[in-house]
Design a protein around this ligand. Structure first.
Ligand SMILES: [Zn+2]
Ligand SMILES: [Zn+2]
Length: 319
């Protein structure tokens, strides 16, 4: 492999000039690459290998484009190396002088004779190579966070510099946890019996550990209740040893129907309210949506009759 400076020199025809601001101003454009990362990766941190394809200096000619070992300068004779040519154009009575890109060298200021062109790159000086990126995803990194890989990008032949690659973290969806900043959220479904009598269940945490969530016998969980487990959220980026919280929201699944004898048992066990129907006695109303609208119409009709009666007696008018 040739010395990098030699390769760069060959692009510049005489070495990199300047530095500092001038150099930065001429930097190659960044390339952006999405880095898919699971919540587990972002929890523990991981080194990921991402397939990547880029343009680099041709290895065969060491970026000179020539098969000659020590090529002399290939200054384009048409433009004398400037890459531009002056053309004279006549427009009616006027004669205009214009500068155009040299067509002999496509503006590069250099032209390698076919007989001396590198057999591999055919004088282009560059090669397309597979160059997998190694990206270190750190603990607690966020979706959309950028990781700059300096000089990992393609060679910019006109600038003679290697571009940067900006790796952007793409957090994938998780089956159990939803991340909000440094906190993790999850829902846990309980049966009605578990909600009323207590339960014990296991959660596989992002760290791989098993967390046990329990409510003791007799502790009641209501639908929508939340439990916060301190320090079991995501690690805080750049703050070693600090973590967010894990917030569990409980859902309770109710049975569709209960057997008669279960109703009796439950009624005895649970506190009764003022609306408890006495079994068998009186009329039974099942209040469904249809029943409600029928009831509503009946009530409205009764009110209309009342209004008419009052209206004829000179009551207050809405209009
Ligand atoms: Zn070559
Ligand atoms: Zn030229």
């Amino acid at each position: 492999m040739a010395d990098m400076n030699d390769i760069l020199n060959s692009f510049f025809g005489g070495g990199m000039q300047g530095g500092g601001m001038a150099q930065r101003g001429r930097r190659a454009r960044d390339e952006t690459v999405a880095i898919p990362a699971s919540l587990e990766d972002l929890y523990a941190g991981k080194v990921l290998q991402i397939p990547y394809h880029k343009t680099t200096a041709c290895n065969s000619c060491q970026g000179t484009g020539s098969k000659v070992k020590r090529p002399r300068g290939y200054t384009c004779t048409a433009c004398r190396g400037s890459g531009r040519r002056m053309v004279v154009q006549q427009m009616g009575m006027m004669i205009q002088q214009m500068q155009v890109v040299c067509d002999a060298c496509s503006g590069s200021g250099e032209s390698i004779p076919d007989s001396e062109k590198c057999g591999v790159c055919r004088g282009r000086k560059t090669a397309e190579v597979d160059a997998p990126l190694t990206v270190t995803v750190e603990k607690g990194m966020a979706h959309g966070q950028e990781i700059r890989l300096r000089g990992a990008g393609s060679l910019n032949t006109s600038m003679g510099t290697m571009g940067d690659v900006v790796a952007v973290v793409q957090q994938s969806k998780h089956d159990t946890f939803v991340r909000k900043d440094c906190d993790l959220f999850m829902t846990l479904s309980l049966t009605l019996a578990e909600a009323l009598c207590g339960f014990q269940t296991k959660i596989t945490h992002l760290s791989g550990r098993t967390l046990i969530v329990r409510k003791n016998r007799g502790e009641v969980t209501k639908p929508g209740d939340v439990q916060c487990i301190k320090g079991e959220g995501m690690p805080l980026f750049g703050k070693n040893g600090k973590f967010g919280d894990l917030i569990i929201e409980f859902h309770v699944t109710y049975p569709d129907r209960l057997d008669d004898n279960h109703v009796e048992v439950l009624r005895q066990a649970l506190p009764s309210g003022p609306n408890t129907p006495s079994s068998g006695a009186g009329e039974t109303y099942y209040v469904s949506k249809e029943d409600m609208s029928v009831l509503q119409r009946e009530v409205e009709k009764a009110e209309e009759v009342e209004d008419e009666e009052r209206g004829s007696a000179g009551g207050c008018q809405a209009q």
